[in-house]
Design a protein around this ligand. Sequence first.
Ligand code: HEC
Length: 144
Amino acid sequence: MRYRQFPGLKLLIVLALSVAIDSSMAETGKKPDVNAVARGEGLYRSYCIRCHGVKGAGEKPISPYIRDPGYYEAPALDRSMHAWHHTDEDLLKIILQGSPRTKRMPAMKGVITRKQAIDLVAYIKGFWGKRELDCQGPKHMSCM
Ligand code: HEC
C-alpha cells in the first residue's frame, strides 16, 4: 500500500496516534503508568528537583530579607499544595511553556519533548494519593 494513493491515511494514522498518547494523559482517577513514572523520575532529577525538591516537596521558604521583589518560590507538586487542581493538559502546558508570572519556572519546550513532559506529569501524579487522583482538575471543587 502506498501512502501517496491514500492521502487521508497518513493523517488518520497521526490522529490515531495522538489519541493514543492523549488517552494516557486523561484524568482517569487511576494511578499513572509505572513505566512513564520511571522515565519521568530521571527527567525530574535532571531538570526539576533543584527547585521543586525531593518527591515534589517544594522549595524551602526563603528568607524575606534576601528575596527579590516578585520572587516566587517553587511550589510543592505533591498532594500538599494545589498541583492536582490542574488537569494533565494544564500541567503539560506549565512544563512546556513555563509560568506567565515568573521566569523562575522555565519553559521546557525545546529542552525536552512533549512525550518527556507527559512522563514528568506521570511522575508528579505518582506523588498523589487516591483522593487527588480522583479529584484532579476542575472536579477538585466538589472534593474540598
Ligand atoms: C529554577 C526553579 C524551577 C525549576 C528548575 C522548575 N520549576 Fe516548576 N516552578 C517554579 C516556580 C517558581 C513556580 C511557580 C510559578 C508561579 O507561581 O507562577 C513553578 C511552578 C510549577 C508548576 C505549577 C504548580 C502549581 O501548583 O500550579 C509545575 C507543574 C511545575 N512548576 C513543574 C516543574 C517541572 C516538571 C520542572 C522540571 C521540568 C520544573 N517545574 C522546573 C520553579 C522551577
